[in-house]
Design a protein around this ligand. Structure first.
Ligand SMILES: Cc1ncc(C[n+]2csc(CCOP(=O)(O)OP(=O)(O)O)c2C)c(N)n1
Ligand SMILES: [Mg+2]
Length: 375
């Protein structure tokens, strides 16, 4: 792109997807269309047949676990839960090319992503059940805890990517967020700082078209979210977020730009939040059923399934086996999560500050008393 710096242009030539993407005439990068047909043959072999089957199995697992979590909330066995329905390709694509020691800085709609990255499903469930054990991750997994504050985690991702560059380290950071976060000041600070200080950070925006009830068109006048990258002097690309082949191809370039050249990027993955914002929301109040119906055929599972069946890579029986196995695993995990002991009610006071103060102590005693009386 002509608007990049000279240095970046030389490097960018080695990254054809980012190099070709033009913010003034934006086209969404796609490899597989909604019918599972390859529309960009150059990237048809982004992953092997065997890998494509494995990715499909993971997408099924994520969908089954997600549906279970929504049902658990309805049964009063889980707190508020944000569904990832329709965003399964993004959940995998964002971290598919990561190495184990790379960092992931996720937002709250990332149950599948953190699971795929290596956080046990049991932890994911415990978090949404309200058990703080759900945020206790193994030391060797570089995933930050779920960020509820919209956009608040972006500067952290810049910081980690910057630190890694200063250390001459090899790890990259992927920061995942959605369209709503791009309206926060933290988005600007994080991207500007990352570009100026050459942080090894990839900003992965799942444009799922909504921030609760606020449509993406109310979020920004920009034609695309990806084009914002160019204002910060970093490469950007808009990609079909329901096309796992396209996502993997884009993230491969983004990761390499960060890892080998200390160049951060902004990836806009266009997808759609099929479900409600969370289980506390009713999206029928602010969007037309027709809009949701229009997006359903673009589902990431439908198209990968069509591709696999057309190529004879999977049979109905094998698919059923995958589903049965996933359901069995999810049910066993629910059982373990529900059997996990609740934390002590005053732990949140004990571990928040090194020393308490009278007003806080008063609140601690009041909470204990209320719990004891309600037992
Ligand atoms: C700073 C801040 N403001 C408001 C909220 C309340 N809130 C929670 S989720 C959300 C919308 C987020 O939309 P988006 O970033 O597009 O993420 P998505 O829900 O689509 O995954 C809002 C406003 C919050 N958590 N943090
Ligand atoms: Mg959103």
């Amino acid at each position: 792109m002509k608007i990049m710096t000279k240095l970046n242009q030389e490097i960018l030539q080695k990254f054809p997807i980012f190099d070709a993407w033009n913010p003034t005439e934006p086209t969404m990068f796609q490899v597989m269309d909604h019918n599972g047909e390859i529309v960009n043959s150059e990237y048809a072999n982004t992953i092997t047949d065997q890998e494509a089957v494995a990715v499909y199995e993971w997408m099924l697992k994520i969908r089954i676990a997600d549906e279970k979590c929504v049902n658990m909330q309805r049964q009063g066995r889980m707190g508020t839960y944000p569904s990832v329905l329709g965003q399964e390709a993004c959940q995998i694509g964002a971290v598919y090319n990561q190495q184990k020691s790379d960092w992931l800085v996720p937002t709250f709609r990332e149950s599948g992503m953190i699971w795929y990255k290596g956080i046990p499903l049991e932890k994911v469930m415990l978090y949404w059940i309200g058990n703080e054990k759900g945020s206790e991750y193994a030391e060797d997994i570089n995933v930050l805890p779920v960020a509820i504050t919209v956009g608040g985690h972006l500067p952290h991702a810049t910081g980690i990517g910057w630190a890694e560059r200063l250390k001459n380290g090899n790890n990259i950071t992927v920061c995942s967020f959605s369209d709503g976060a791009t309206s926060e000041g933290d988005f600007h600070s994080a991207l500007n700082f990352a570009a100026v200080f050459n942080a090894k950070t990839v900003f992965f925006c799942q444009n799922n078209h909504y921030a609760i009830s606020t449509h993406r068109d109310m979020q920004t006048k920009s034609k695309t979210i990806a084009e914002k990258a160019f204002a910060y002097g970093m490469p950007g690309v808009q990609v079909d977020g329901n096309d796992i082949f396209a996502l993997i191809a884009v993230m491969k370039e983004a990761n390499q730009l960060a890892r080998d050249h200390n160049i951060p990027t902004l990836v806009e993955a266009v997808t759609y939040r099929i479900g409600d914002h969370t289980t506390s929301d009713n999206s029928k109040l602010y969007r037309e059923d027709g809009e949701v119906e229009d997006w359903k055929p673009k589902d990431p599972l439908i198209r990968l399934r069509a591709y696999l069946f057309k190529k004879g890579l999977i049979t109905d029986t094998q698919e059923q086996e995958m589903k049965d196995k996933a359901k069995e695993y999810v049910e066993a995990t629910v059982k373990t999560a529900l059997e996990t002991k609740d934390p002590n009610i005053d732990d949140m006071f004990k571990y928040l500050l090194s020393e308490s103060y009278p007003a806080l102590e008063e609140q601690r005693l009041q909470l204990i008393e209320e719990f004891t009386n309600n037992q």
